[in-house]
Write a protein that binds this ligand. Sequence first.
Ligand code: NAI
Length: 721
Amino acid sequence: MTDNMIAWDLGADRVLVLTMDDPNQSTNTMTEAFARDLTATLDRLEAERDSFDGVILTSGKDTFFAGGDLNLLMNATPETAPQIALGLDTYKAAFRRLETLGKPVVAAINGTALGGGFEVALATHHRIALDAKGSLLGLPEVTFGLLPGAGGVTRTVRLLGITSAVLNVVGQGQRMKPAKALQVGIVHEVAATREEMFDKARAWIAANPEAAQPWDVKGYKIPGGTPSSPAVAANLPAFPANVRKQLKGSPMPAPIAVLATAVEGAQVDIDTAFAIETRYCANLICGQVSTNMIKSLFFDLGTINKGGSRPEGFPVRTPEKVLVLGAGMMGAGIAYVQARAGMQVVLEDVTVEAAERGKAYSAKLLDKALRKGAITQDKYDEILGRIHPSADPADAAGCDFVVEAVFEDPGLKKKVFGEIEHLVNADALLGSNTSTLPITDLSTGVQRPKDFIGLHFFSPVDKMPLVEIVVGEQTSDEAIARAIDYTLAIKKTPIVVNDSRGFFTSRVIGQFMDEAIALVAEGVHPASVEQAATQAGYPVGALALADEINMKLAQKIRRSLKENLLAEGKNWVDSKAYPLVDAMVDDFERPGRLEGRGFYEYDADGKKLGLWPGLVEKYTRDDHGIAFIDMQERMLFAESLDTVRCFDEGVLRTVPDANIGSIFGIGFPAWTGGVIQYINQYAGGLAGFVARADELRAAYGDRFEVPESLRVKAAAGETLG
Ligand code: NAI
């Protein structure tokens, strides 16, 4: 039994190597069976203590340990939560026995150790991380609405002090490469090879026969001090305020719970601290937010990043040499992420100077990475050397992939494709980064519409994780597969949607801004409108976003959309937002941040100063009568209902695409787990959502009309997806 999941290998040098290797799974996770084996292993360790001088804990898998069973946590209810809390306590007790064994224990972390996986390592006296490719370390629980409940908060606080533990490890859930983990102080050494890792482990055991955790050594003090020491006490009141400031009022319980666990736990003995940690963790586990976030940010995202929407039957094919047309803001960013991923890039613009400027953007980002020590000079030269600025279409020769990012003008886009189509490889994929133009129409400009596809990036490209892949009527399955392979290769998340005006993201984000601007037009103070959005969990207010996107652009897109739809004999409903947008652009000449004048005022560097007072003078009325919750739900429901329409119209294909696309692409509040999860988990389920939408429709208009498909599902007691 003991060596079923944890192999016991005592060497002639009296160093015991324990290899965690669950035979029933591809990774080691915190199952009940594993807990049983761990407990049995500890019994044997204590019984046979005299037979070894030290222990190396490692894993037989590629990863060290994958952590808790998120499926179990996602489905937890208040009824099952006590059982889960008991499980946490079992692990805590086992880890405590390991660190108080009286023999040195070293974690030889041979691969990724995140969450519960890293908590295992924290219970050893010395952590050596192998610098394996893709290896990540840390405690990311907070990003799933949880906190590390197997001793993770308690031990990092005792290891690093409250401030560093919260800021660098548990508060934001950073996933760190080994070098970063060393810098932060959660591992002690990094090894380049397995052999070096084990040599270091043996050497450390030999040098530290009496090893104990720092907190078990007499006279130990928490680094930086406890909450009652003057230096910490002076700053303590600001901690929750800062967390709340970062959250901007978003209803996410985990960051505050992490902080409370850290601060309360630092004032008491370790066993009490563990009990506090379990209590806060169990509360989060049975709450709705962790369910939402695990569902979308772990499972949905996992499905997508494993190529869940990739058509089968095509071998993985990633580009070697990519032609980027247009070296402006988007083209420059796209060139950078491709070069970082190892692709050769021809970056073409109308003049060599413009193309060089695009390349200089990469140099700027690489300078920053070099300064931070994230890359070496050799790596810097290698990456930058892959970008070849050009103004000569002939340089397109040999490219097997094209990403077009010239101005948003269909005529120009067709023209540039026409210029290069015969120069690139005969089967090169032809991608356009249009943000609004229908792909099917653009594809009429090329000879091979089956190879034409939308690759909608988000700005700034190096930071934004999403690419919305847009499938035109003629786009082939093979082109979709290649676009997904490309997106994953540049380490972005691909969602796949069918062609339509504004696709999914640009269309639905428009609802958010229209609703917010309409509220201002209806007399609500613009500061309340912004607050309603951020307190609902949107990362930025809709008015700030409208300034960022620019209302001149929004106006242009809306006018051409209206013209086209009316010409097609389709329906068009004006929003109360439009007269205000038109006034902002045409009368007040305040189209957005670019001009330094929008809903907000900006300084010469584009820094946001404050809301434009004219807006309040001209529009705000005390008697608007709109409740704060209605403001929030108008935004959330407008986006949700339009998302359902996107499914009905065949624009969206899968629930994971909708959930992840809404969080990553349009800033739908992450605590909801994305737009479909928001609808499904609304109080009262789908029926509750439908009833509330009916109320909003009665009060505010037909745009809140519930699509029939949703009403039918609600009546049948079903959920979406
Ligand atoms: P930009 O104005 O910064 O860059 C466009 C570049 O294309 C300029 O450098 C221009 O010189 C170049 N160009 C024009 N004609 C050309 C030609 N014949 N051959 C080669 N290069 C030519 O525009 P931005 O913001 O980079 O947008 C580019 C595309 O990306 C547009 O279709 C836009 O809708 C789309 N997009 C923009 C986003 C944004 O946030 N700005 C987000 C997602 C997509």
